[in-house]
Design a protein around this ligand. Structure first.
Ligand SMILES: NC(=O)c1ccc[n+]([C@@H]2O[C@H](COP(=O)([O-])OP(=O)(O)OC[C@H]3O[C@@H](n4cnc5c(N)ncnc54)[C@H](OP(=O)(O)O)[C@@H]3O)[C@@H](O)[C@H]2O)c1
Length: 250
């Protein structure tokens, strides 16, 4: 299994769930020290083997080198989980703004990794793209994310129709607000403004979610590990929401 953006947050949670199943893993992120620490954690969690490949996946050359290294180490992957860094936030409407160039780089990164994964899978496998609830619930304050994720959602569905004949499943996962270190930093800032503790702030924001709480990383990891596994072998082209029921459309 290859997991990108796997040194922290949602990517690491997915890799941990895979490690507990005894997977052989290749994990990628830019910063070497957190990546090596993540690899140690995955070995302790039960991974059969972990290859830590530092690379900036926004960069075409580094991305393709990391991919070749991963496939050389693991052999044809059974599953590839594509998770990028955050697109730039805010209500940015100027298409010449750097946020859009960065958004396109991220969109390209996902499309390229999906294609490389589908080509490398021998006898089938699963490609799971980590997107966002913004793919189906456009948010003016996350405008670039909404554009990138909606495009990737359509892309994943379209390619799933062609790649199904080769046994390659393509899935999208759409998280709502899920507590990672990055999300907790935002919660902490809002807690400070409100004069509340981090836990009180998380509980308050969680009450706006139908299930009454924010997302939990470990739960996200289990979902993606299941979707990517042969236990889920009749599901392709679907988008699975991980949002406690927050997105209101069907
Ligand atoms: N958490 C949420 O509530 C939530 C909700 C909806 C959508 N999402 C989306 O899910 C994704 C992950 O979110 P997260 O909260 O888990 O973020 P995170 O904790 O910041 O983790 C991002 C991971 O990706 C790596 N990364 C970032 N840019 C990279 C690059 N150019 N090349 C290679 N690796 C890179 C980071 O390591 P390095 O910095 O060392 O590279 C890190 O391992 C994001 O796209 C986010 O927008 C998250």
């Amino acid at each position: 299994v290859v997991v990108t953006g796997a040194s922290s947050g949602l990517g690491l949670a997915v890799a941990e769930a895979m490690a507990r199943e005894g997977a052989r893993l290749a994990i990628v992120a830019r910063r070497e020290a957190p990546l090596r620490a993540a690899a140690e954690r995955l070995r302790s969690a039960g991974a059969a083997e972990v290859f830590a490949l530092p690379a900036d996946l926004d960069d075409d050359g580094q991305r393709r080198t990391a991919w070749r290294t991963a496939v050389a180490a693991l052999g044809p992957p059974a599953a590839v989980v594509v998770n990028t860094g955050n697109p730039v936030g805010g209500f940015v409407v100027d298409p010449d703004h750097a946020a859009y160039a960065d958004g396109w780089v991220k969109m390209r990164q996902v499309m390229d990794l999906d294609r490389l994964a589908a080509e490398a899978m021998a006898g089938g496998g699963a490609v799971v793209n980590v997107l966002s609830r913004t793919a189906v619930e456009p948010d003016p304050d996350l405008l670039v994310s909404s554009w990138v994720r909606a495009g990737l959602l359509a892309y994943a569905k379209a390619v799933s129709l062609r790649w199904a004949a080769r046994g390659v499943r393509v899935l999208s996962v759409l998280p709502g607000l899920t507590r990672t270190a990055a999300v907790d930093a935002g919660l902490a800032a809002r807690a400070a403004t409100a004069g509340a503790s981090l836990d009180a702030q998380a509980a308050a924001e969680g009450r706006a979610v139908p299930l009454g709480r924010l997302g939990d990383m470990a739960s996200f990891g289990r979902l993606v590990a299941f979707l990517a596994s042969p236990a889920c072998d009749y599901v392709t082209g679907s988008a699975v929401r991980f949002d406690g029921g927050a997105v209101r459309s069907v």
